[in-house]
Design a protein around this ligand. Structure first.
Ligand SMILES: *Cc1c(COP(=O)(O)O)cnc(C)c1O
Length: 465
């Protein structure tokens, strides 16, 4: 399988090259040249098959020239051994055709672990075989940093540097980043905001000599391997509910459009997906797009679901490529217009195609709280605000009779104690691994909001360069 850029002006790459490159050199995103198809018999066989084995069947076609099956199998098993539930992604029946897919049993209690744990192993393996090293640099407002650190800690060929805004992340989030004490993990507390951290990372990636010297690599959700690793759970959940005979709908709490795009890919691979519900908070660029056809950025509003406080969904570019009939010239023009004027418009046929598979629902603060409480009342357990937005959206879905809908539960309530307190007037039920972590010593390096200072620190500590 070769990988092509959505903007059509970057070289075609192998899986491994796309994995290490992240963003394409023309500013586009890498996608596979074609979608592999799984047979109905194969999908049927996923019922009762361990998650790890389904992952190998679903993911190997994307990398068969680069990664032998046995090696992928070993990495998948190691990646998911870090999860506390044997099923990895358990499916809970909530009644009346609604199901909850629990994706938060990994080391940092959010669904990002599912992809990051595998991505780190794929990258490390590729680097070791090439005899090279990489420096992973990322900015975080909370969740991504912890997931990246947990996934890359102790890896042989990669060092990880995470910039977070000092004093602006929750205690649990900070401790998830500062308690791993492996020598290849570097947590930098920047005197600034999340936007400052992001700007610093961007500047480092555009500093060509620095980027090359340090072999910088990114692990944000534009990396194809992250989207890819999220396809697996659409298959395991749907197979449990009767796919391929029964079509299944999904409701996905969405920010950068990565997780839900994985659902689109599952459908292209042969999974009968009845609908993909885009569940957003009041930062509703995607819901507005589906309604009007105009993709228009807006002001970001801080909500109780911070991982979805986004008004530019970078992975939407991958869907745009698909909707346009894989017309890279068209994608390039639309992204140019977005950069210039903050907006673009889908054509009638693109909008029509999008509406054939996707629906969208914007869920405000009040409805998020009500839904958290309803789930406790009806089902007897707490959910986090991101998952609650998914559940609320699922209840607004218009589906054919007997089509079940699965809501992706993207974070554990213990990750958002303030929201849990507000909704339930109680402490979240906290897993043992979090309680244990809270007592560990913290290690981080304070640094000024200054490109030179951050670069000097990375040059000093990274093993690449
Ligand atoms: C990252 C994140 C999301 C949004 O996922 P995207 O792939 O960016 O759409 C939703 N919920 C939680 C808890 C997250 O951490």
């Amino acid at each position: 399988m070769k990988y092509i850029s959505t903007r059509g002006q970057a070289p075609k790459l192998s899986f491994e090259e796309a994995l290490l490159a992240g963003l394409a050199s023309d500013g586009g995103l890498y996608v596979p040249e074609s979608w592999p198809r799984l047979s109905d018999a194969m999908i049927k066989s996923f019922v009762g098959m361990p998650f790890e084995q389904v992952a190998v069947e679903v993911l190997h076609p994307f990398m068969s020239e680069d990664v032998p099956r046995e090696r992928l199998q070993a990495m998948v098993e190691e990646a998911y051994a870090t999860f506390t539930e044997e099923e990895i992604a358990p499916l809970t029946d909530m009644g009346d055709g609604h199901y909850l897919l629990e994706l938060y049993h990994g080391p940092t209690l959010a669904f990002k672990d599912v992809a990051m744990q595998l991505l780190a192993r794929l990258m490390d393996d590729a680097l070791i075989r090439r005899g090279s090293r990489a420096t992973i640099v990322g900015a975080t407002s909370g969740d991504t940093g912890g997931a990246a650190i947990e996934a890359f800690r102790g890896r042989e060929a990669a060092d990880v540097f995470i910039l977070f805004p000092q004093g602006r992340v929750s205690d649990v989030q900070r401790k998830q980043m500062t308690t791993p004490n492996d020598p290849n993990v570097h947590t930098l507390a920047v005197e600034g905001t999340f936007d400052d951290c992001q700007a610093l990372v961007k500047e480092m990636f555009t500093d060509a000599p620095f980027r090359q010297d340090m072999s910088l690599a990114g692990v944000n959700s534009i990396n194809w391997a992250r989207v890819m690793a999220q396809i697996t759970y659409y298959f395991t959940a749907a197979a449990k509910l009767g796919a391929p005979e029964t079509p299944v709908a999904f409701s996905v709490p969405t920010g950068n459009f990565g997780d839900i795009f994985a659902g689109y890919v599952a459908a292209q691979m042969g999974l009968p997906v009845a609908q993909l519900m885009i569940a957003t908070n009041v930062n509703d660029i995607l819901a507005r797009t589906l309604e009007s056809g105009a993709y228009e950025t807006g002001e970001v509003v801080a909500t109780s679901s911070p991982s979805m406080d986004i008004q530019v969904s970078s992975n939407f570019e991958r869907l745009l490529f698909e909707l346009s009939g894989r017309d890279a010239d068209r994608v390039r023009a639309l992204m140019g217009s977005l950069k210039q004027s903050g907006r673009f418009e889908l054509s009638e046929s693109e909008l029509h195609l999008m509406r054939a598979l996707f629906a969208a629902k914007r869920v405000d603060a009040e409805e998020t709280l009500t839904t958290m409480r309803d789930v406790l009342a009806h089902n007897g357990f707490q959910i986090d605000p991101h998952s609650a937005i998914g559940v609320a959206a699922a209840h607004s879905a218009v589906l054919a009779e007997d089509v079940p809908i699965v809501t992706l539960a993207t974070a554990h309530p213990a990750k958002f104690p303030k929201a849990v307190q507000e909704a339930y007037n109680a402490e979240p039920d906290t897993p043992q691994r979090v309680t244990d972590m809270l007592d560990l010593p913290e290690q981080f390096t304070p640094v000024a909001n200054d490109l030179g200072a951050v670069q000097a620190l990375i040059r000093e500590k990274a093993r690449a360069g």
